[in-house]
Design a protein around this ligand. Structure first.
Ligand code: GUN
Ligand code: ZN
Length: 469
């Protein structure tokens, strides 16, 4: 017996492949799973989620979710006929994944051998980013990058461009064509990097401002993130311009890096001797607040976690990158105890996978590696499968202040959802048949699945088809 619904595949692939991408179905059937609230660290936090083993999602004509419930209820309430329904029975439908930290210009340097952060930036990242001065190239890589996100079930991402304004324009233009909800920005960087990649406080300000005024809440589903690369590559003057922009526009984001690597931390301390800590450099410039997302935060102190929590800022935990660069093990336990808004990021190209399922798996292992050392007097936080899926859906949407739009499957939300196939590989299928609970099934997906398990991706109710393939 397939745990995700009836054995019968009423329409299956034949119906699906005949759907043009412009088509918004009236109803989509399958097992449905989404969160209403933070599951915390409970092993089975039933009140935090909804699960319909055989469910139907009703869509509006413009691709929003109109209703959701058991297939029996929805069929009788809406008088659905066979022709109204796209049938994914036997598969699990969840909100599209949200990747809260990634760099599209680094797509070509994933798996670059041999260095830790600072040398890796100099040897690989900076030369790769230099190519994004060419808008045509930026457009080609944007297309590839966005289709990799979608192939992996990621429907929203918070994305770094390069220092070049055209890099952000190309990314936004391609995302607009897909009607994909993304947040991005051009890097601000006016020191401690090769001359060919530097802007100035003035050009960083005017380019970012122009991008905000053209794109932010203006075209497609695009929002802007002010993007100082990290404290070490921005002067005081440039961080002041970032502050001006962050406070001048409604809903703009701030994305940067913090406390990733011990050498980086020591360097930032030398550059900003009067700041109390690395995070406080940003705070001293008024950059820690709602909609600010800090990547990594591996070596943050409890005071810094508290500051993030107090200011409603968020951390993007990027386990594949942290392991790949040998940066360290993110202290998930302390971050949870401080009630910091926690999300997951791939951090392409230091991260090694576009898949949020693989990212969840590596996050689990990072937490496991530290669980023996957690203080016995404090409550230990485990990365349950519920928490991992929450951090990748509703938890990320909340951290981005987008929970009224994405991250869950409740009525009124945008129809961004994905279909996971429990039979995608022989091993996944074999393991899945041995599972007894929903928690076991989610855990099997997060530990064993990857892009092969992403059976379908819907953006605003329309099924995405990969024209890059
Ligand atoms: N810190 C500053 N820039 C970067 C970057 O591009 N990748 C990572 N992982 N860390 C950074
Ligand atoms: Zn990064």
């Amino acid at each position: 017996m397939n745990p995700y619904g009836s054995e019968s595949d009423l329409t299956g692939a034949a119906t699906l492949t005949s759907c043009p991408t412009s088509f918004i179905p009236k109803a989509v059937r399958g097992s449905l799973f989404f969160f209403l609230d933070d599951p915390g660290t409970d092993n089975d936090p039933v009140s935090s989620y909804r699960y319909y083993e055989d469910g139907i999602l009703i869509l509006t004509d413009d691709g929003h979710i109109a209703d959701i419930g058991s297939a029996t209820d929805m069929q009788s309430r809406y008088g659905l006929t066979h022709r109204d329904i796209i049938d994914h029975s036997g598969k699990l439908i969840v909100p599209g994944f949200i990747d809260t930290h990634t760099h599209y210009p680094q797509s070509g340097i994933i798996a670059a051998y041999g260095y830790q952060l600072i040398e890796w930036l100099e040897k690989y990242a900076f030369p790769a980013e230099a190519e994004f001065i060419d808008k045509h190239y930026a457009r080609t890589i944007s297309r590839f990058f966005l289709s990799e996100l979608l192939r992996n079930g990621t429907t929203t991402a918070l994305i770094f461009g390069s220092v070049h304004k055209v890099s952000a324009e190309a990314l936004f233009e391609e995302a607009e064509k897909l009607n994909m909800r993304i947040i991005g920005g051009k890097i601000m960087m006016d020191r401690n990097a090769p001359q060919y990649l530097l802007d100035t406080p003035e050009t960083a300000y005017s380019d970012s401002k122009a991008l905000i005024e053209t794109w932010h809440n203006k075209r497609g589903r695009i929002r802007y993130a002010i993007t100082p690369r990290f404290a070490a590559t921005s002067s005081n003057e440039q961080l002041q311009t970032a502050q001006r922009l962050y406070h001048a526009y409604d809903d703009v984001y701030l994305q940067t890096h913090v406390s990733e690597n011990q050498h980086e931390i020591a360097w930032v301390k030398r550059l900003f001797p009067s700041s109390k800590s690395y995070l406080n450099v940003y705070n001293d410039f008024g950059l820690v607040g709602p909609r600010s997302i800090f990547a990594h935060g591996i070596h943050l102190t409890d005071d810094e976690f508290k500051l993030l929590a107090d200011k409603n800022a968020a951390i993007a935990f990027c386990p594949t990158s942290n392991l790949f660069l040998g940066s360290g093990l993110f202290n998930f336990n302390h971050a949870c105890l401080a009630s910091v808004r926690l999300t997951l990021g791939t951090d392409i190209g230091a991260g090694t996978s576009f898949s949020m399922l693989k990212t969840m798996a590596e996050a689990y292992k990072v937490v496991q590696l530290q669980s023996n050392f957690a203080s016995a007097s404090k409550k230990k936080a485990a990365l349950t499968p519920f928490k991992a899926f929450y951090m990748t859906t509703l938890g990320a949407a909340r951290a981005l202040f987008l929970e009224d739009k994405i991250g869950t499957l409740q009525p009124g939300k945008e129809g961004d959802f994905i279909v996971l196939n429990p039979d995608a590989t022989p091993l996944l299928s074999f393991r899945m048949k041995k599972t007894l609970t929903l928690a076991d099934r989610l855990f099997a997906f997060m530990m064993l699945a990857d892009d092969r398990a992403i059976n379908a991706v819907y953006l605003m109710g329309k099924r995405w088809q990969n024209s890059e393939a």
